[in-house]
Write a protein that binds this ligand. Sequence first.
Ligand code: SF4
Length: 132
Amino acid sequence: MVDRGSFDRIIQAGGFISVPAGSAPDAHSMPVKKEDADDAFDAATCIGCGACVAACPNGSASLFTAAKITHLGLLPQGQPERDSRVVAMVEQMDLEGFGGCTNTGECTAVCPKGIPLDAIAQMNADYLKAAR
Ligand code: SF4
């Protein structure tokens, strides 16, 4: 059984963006590459079901955490907090006691939303860059 409370705490650690108060900007004022938009929306489909953790022989929550980080990290709105977000969310994931990822791929095989292992690679790359 997966403790969904730990998922909530990982999201609370960094799954948000800051926006200046005021009127909403025009939708076309912030261009996003189609490829990035598609990948961000694919990552955003994660429903937090926990199947990835349950299937992982290490009990890793890397696919879930990577999906939440990726969906904001690929969009312009997510850039100001990109570094602090990945550090806070990965560290919260570790604090929750999840196991480490060893790229077995069991998570992505069972994910009902098809979140790819690439999301974990992106999370790790962002974390290494941000934690320097
Ligand atoms: S199995 Fe997929 S949809 Fe479910 S929590 Fe993991 S990454 Fe998200």
